[in-house]
Design a protein around this ligand. Structure first.
Ligand SMILES: [Zn+2]
Ligand SMILES: [Zn+2]
Length: 98
């Protein structure tokens, strides 16, 4: 058995699964690699090859976090609008009753 046929993250065989080949020719499961890049991103680390530490100039595609940020901003603006609306209506109510 050739060692290069195994994933260098989980050491399982690469056969039959989608693989990721790095510029340093190290191969790993695509799934393992994406988990690894997610880990690096979470810990604010540079993404390097887990085997030879070659720095990988990859931009991590993470549409989920972008959307989450956008969602957070939108809900924040929404809450501000509600608060502003309550304040304005409270102001008008106090003006009409007194
Ligand atoms: Zn793997
Ligand atoms: Zn490598």
């Amino acid at each position: 058995m050739d060692n290069s046929d195994n994933c260098c993250i989980c050491f399982d065989p690469l056969l039959g699964v989608e693989n990721k080949k790095l510029p340093c020719n190290h191969i790993m499961h695509y799934f393992c690699f994406s988990q690894y890049t997610e880990y690096c991103e979470k810990h604010k680390k540079n993404v390097t090859c887990p085997l030879c530490n070659l720095e990988l100039q990859i931009t991590i595609e993470n549409p989920r976090s972008n959307r989450a940020c956008c969602y957070l901003c939108c809900s924040l603006i929404f809450v501000l609008f509600i608060i502003a609306g309550i304040a304005v209506s409270a102001y008008f109510i106090s003006k009409t009753t007194f």
